[in-house]
Design a protein around this ligand. Structure first.
Ligand code: GAP
Length: 441
């Protein structure tokens, strides 16, 4: 079998995967047993970054505005949910197998009748349902069959009236949710880009029929702006509007927000006009009235839904790729730096005594203790100051605070900025506010 020559994109991804492992962002799952394909674990820095991204999204949806409520629905739902949603009948990918090397591909990703890996003959396409099945209770029988949710959205639809009542919202309003989703993808890959277990950040916005197109345009703008606020470079983002052929069964109109990954332009988030499809279907399958009474119109109707559906892991990968830079490669001044926005950086500031004597570690530890309740900081006195700065640059830490001999005289420290490497002197008493101002979300 011919070995594939690694491309520039492969090399960039390899560098990033290696940095993620080295610095404790992301590890392959179950590595001591040889790993398991497409499953990844987030390490100390990874989980901080992931939580910060989720917090940034959650705040933009449920705190900065008053028309969206939060929800955390269960992963296992009544199996009828997936009949109503269309997933049992339609959540399939066509797959083909190579008769020779037995590798499996998505039929729509193979352009020739022969295997892309070995040139062997391929089988006819077969439909493969992407939902994971499992059993509830002790007896593995059909009656107890359930699915792990392939999207979080359905938990929102079935709770539409539960949320509406207590929150006293009126249309238009939304429900936001962050949680795990599971898909038995045929071709997972590209690190955490496509996994079988991943997290989604979904928001369903309920609107009056007839106003759906204007709300679709509104959410398109809002969601694009969110990625810009996250610090993603504008020129690496674009919108791909779905053609009629590309539309999912539930959508009247849809677009993807795409990012230019090393392996090409790929979907980061979907914005969909789902019409009244979801609530109508759940109304039909559950025989429960899911209409909304609009007091202004004095009329009952099934609301239309505009959905914004983002992947947590994909957003995290985007942040890492967009922030990753090797300055002066191959030269003495080579520096690997993750230019993560201070809003989402895992560690906000490193506290560093210049040398391990003259009482500097004591002063630095005291500063660390004072700052710790307010922001995620890291105290480090191991190795040369240059090496310590470099370690933090690779971890994406936006600020370094150094205690030096001047500190002992005038109670000031240096505040080093990761991207420019510029340094200013700040009074210890003003440090907390100076940092909080720079990292505020
Ligand atoms: N509720 C609509 C929905 O789930 P989708 O386009 O299938 O729409 C939305 O998924 C987002 O979820 C994607 O844009 C992507 O960010 C993320 N996503 C989907 N499948 C994924 C996978 N296998 N691994 C990682 N993220 C995934």
């Amino acid at each position: 079998m011919a070995k594939k020559v690694p491309t520039e994109a492969d090399k960039k991804m390899e560098e990033l995967v290696s940095l993620c492992r080295r610095r404790g962002f992301i590890f392959q799952s179950s590595l001591i047993y040889g790993g398991i394909n497409s499953c990844w674990d987030y390490g100390p820095l990874g989980v901080e970054l992931k939580n910060n991204i989720k917090r940034f999204w959650w705040k933009s949806m449920t705190q900065d505005r008053d028309d969206i409520e939060g929800l955390d629905a269960s992963i296992i739902m009544h199996p009828r949910v997936w009949e109503a949603s269309g997933h049992v009948a339609g959540f399939h990918d066509p797959l083909v197998d190579c008769k020779q090397c037995k590798h499996r591909f998505r039929a729509d990703e193979v352009n020739s009748p022969a295997c892309p890996d070995c040139g062997g003959e391929l089988t006819e396409p077969r439909q493969f349902n992407l939902m994971f099945k499992t059993f509830v209770g002790p007896v593995e029988e059909e009656a107890a069959l359930v699915y792990l949710r392939p999207e979080t959205a359905q938990g929102i639809y079935v709770n539409f009236l539960n949320v509406l009542g207590p929150s006293r919202q009126k249309i238009p309003f939304g429900i936001a949710q962050i949680g795990k989703a599971f898909r038995n993808e045929i071709t997972p890959g590209n690190f955490v880009f496509r996994m079988r277990e991943f997290e989604q950040m979904e928001m369903q916005y309920f609107v009056r029929p007839g106003t759906d197109e204007q709300w679709f345009d509104y959410w398109k703008e809002q969601r694009m702006q969110w990625y810009l606020n996250l610090g993603i470079r504008k020129e690496k983002l674009r919108i791909h509007e779905h053609t009629h052929k590309e539309l999912a069964h539930y959508a009247r109109k849809a677009l993807d927000i795409e990012y230019e990954f090393p392996f090409g332009w790929k979907e980061l988030e979907g914005v969909h006009n789902r019409t009244d499809f979801d609530l109508s279907r759940h109304q039909e399958y559950s025989s429960k009235d899911l209409t909304y009474f609009d007091q202004e119109l004095n009329q009952h109707y099934v609301p239309y839904i505009i959905e914004t559906s983002a992947g947590v892991d994909r957003t995290l990968l985007t942040c890492l790729i967009d922030a990753y830079e090797v300055e002066n490669p191959g030269k003495k001044e080579e520096r690997t730096v993750l230019r993560l926005s201070p809003k989402i950086a895992p560690i906000k500031a490193a506290i560093l005594p210049l040398v391990n004597r003259d009482g500097m570690p004591d002063v630095a530890k005291k500063i660390a203790d004072e700052l710790r309740p307010h922001l995620k900081i890291f105290y480090d006195d191991g190795g040369s100051i240059g090496r310590r700065y470099r370690r933090q640059d690779e971890a994406g830490t936006p600020f370094g605070i150094t205690v030096d001999s001047q500190t002992l005289q005038d109670e000031t420290v240096t505040l080093r900025e990761r991207d420019s490497m510029s340094q200013i002197r700040v009074k210890i008493s003003e440090l907390k506010d100076a940092l909080l101002k720079r990292i505020a979300i």
